[in-house]
Write a protein that binds this ligand. Structure first.
Ligand SMILES: [Zn+2]
Length: 415
């Protein structure tokens, strides 16, 4: 088979990406299409129209996931990503994976390329976690717990149950979105890298081996609030100093010892005044590692540093786990298949890990999952400056098409 016997229509894909960017787009080029907001709901309706026009059968499930299917009943090969964005995000994160998958199925349909298994485009709800990260993919795979649903809230404290009923959905019916895992033969996701590696090494394609695991903790150092003028320095039990020493030690240890990263994204001091020694310091801490063993090692060390430093300073330390998403290794046979297709197409590639979370890590618990990255210009993402070249988009979507066709033409037993 010649490498370019079939290819996607890049001008149509570009037009679709630009059209989708108008939902929630602002004058500065940023996009705020937050999950279940008015713009996100409009984008879903727009996508369904595009799917129908492309010759696909479209539907929306109880969790708001949008599907477009090509072919009959039976286990299908899936491709997709998410339509929602972070506040003031960019036009490629998520949107690329959904619209490239649509473009691939439209190409297959138009050119009547033969396939054995049905193909399905999926746009997952709330990947970015406006209410609950990976909400849509977790609902489909049956990984959403009742507790998670009950405590899902946005930054303003608005409950998921409330926003769902405002858009005509019902939190009690979310579990109906679950799909028997046997109905999904494989899942592919094309995404921008959101980091600088591919661009800096001048590599066109990244094939993802592992997606980092992410753990978040609320931590607190407790000391004694006191008068900041009359209490001698050596007699203070200053919660902030405990938190500060802890932060520096954690960063040093993570940098020198692990292949992970750590972030302390929020620190609150109480009571919080010029003239009061801080009695309590609260920290929002997150750490990531490409392996689950790595996460466990990091958790143990970080907690022991908290205890050690607080003891030394006469403080109390507490830590409560907010979330734990394990690291996921994607399917080796899919990496192999994409590698072969990239070689046939003459694309240079690198096998790499993803430092960002993606729906593919949830889908990997249900089926064989694979991810294709294309370079992000300047490594920027979650920002209006997020960009990639149209050549890169074309290469990524073409590889996706080739990967999908390989999977959709598999013999029965190769699931
Ligand atoms: Zn994304």
């Amino acid at each position: 088979m010649k490498a370019f016997e079939y290819g996607i229509n890049i001008s149509r894909l570009r037009k679709n990406l630009e059209e989708l960017a108008s939902f929630g787009g602002n004058k500065e080029g940023g996009i705020s299409r937050l999950a279940f907001g008015a713009e996100d709901m409009k984008a879903r309706a727009w996508l369904r129209e595009k799917m129908e026009a492309a010759g696909l059968y479209s539907r929306i499930d109880e969790a708001g996931n949008v599907f477009g299917r090509l072919g009959n009943e039976g286990p299908a090969v899936w491709a997709g990503s998410h339509l929602d964005t972070v506040p003031n995000g960019g036009m490629f994160d998520g949107a690329l994976g959904v619209l490239a998958a649509l473009e691939c199925l439209q190409t297959i349909c138009e050119r009547q390329l033969p396939f054995r298994w049905p193909l399905e485009v999926v746009a997952f709800s709330d990947e970015e976690g406006t209410y609950k990260s990976f909400f849509g993919s977790k609902a489909i795979t049956g990984l959403l717990t009742t507790e998670e649903l009950a405590c899902a809230r946005n930054m303003n404290g608005q409950a998921l149950a409330h926003v769902l009923s405002a858009v005509g959905m019902d939190i009690q019916r979310i579990n109906r979105a679950r799909i028997d895992h046997g109905q999904i033969r494989a899942y592919l996701e094309l995404h921008i890298e959101q980091g600088p590696l591919l661009e800096s090494k001048l590599i066109s394609i990244g094939l993802v081996r592992s997606i980092v695991g992410i753990v978040s903790y609320q931590m607190a150092f407790l000391g004694t609030p006191n008068h900041a003028g009359t209490t001698p320095l050596e007699l203070r039990r200053d919660a902030f100093l405990g938190a500060a020493e802890f932060s520096l030690k954690v960063y040093d240890w993570v940098r020198s010892t692990t292949s992970g990263v750590v972030n302390i994204g929020k620190v609150d001091l109480y009571p919080g005044a010029f003239n009061i020694v801080p009695g309590r310091a609260r920290l929002a801490l997150e750490f990531r590692s490409p392996s689950s063993e790595g996460l466990e090692v990091m958790e143990k060390k970080i907690l022991s540093l908290g205890n050690e430093i607080s003891r030394k300073k006469g403080l109390k330390f507490s830590a409560s786990k907010v979330s734990w998403d394990s690291a996921v290794r994607l399917d080796d046979t899919i990496i192999q298949l994409l590698q072969e297709e990239a070689e046939t197409l003459g694309y240079d590639y690198r096998i790499m890990n993803s430092g960002a979370g993606h729906d593919a890590q949830i889908m990997a618990r249900a089926t064989r999952a694979g991810m294709i990255f294309i370079p992000s210009i300047g490594g920027k993402s979650h920002s209006p400056e997020e960009a990639c070249s149209w050549d890169a988009v074309e290469r990524g979507a073409t590889l996706l098409l080739h990967g999908l066709l390989r999977l959709a033409r598999e013999k029965k037993q190769s699931k």
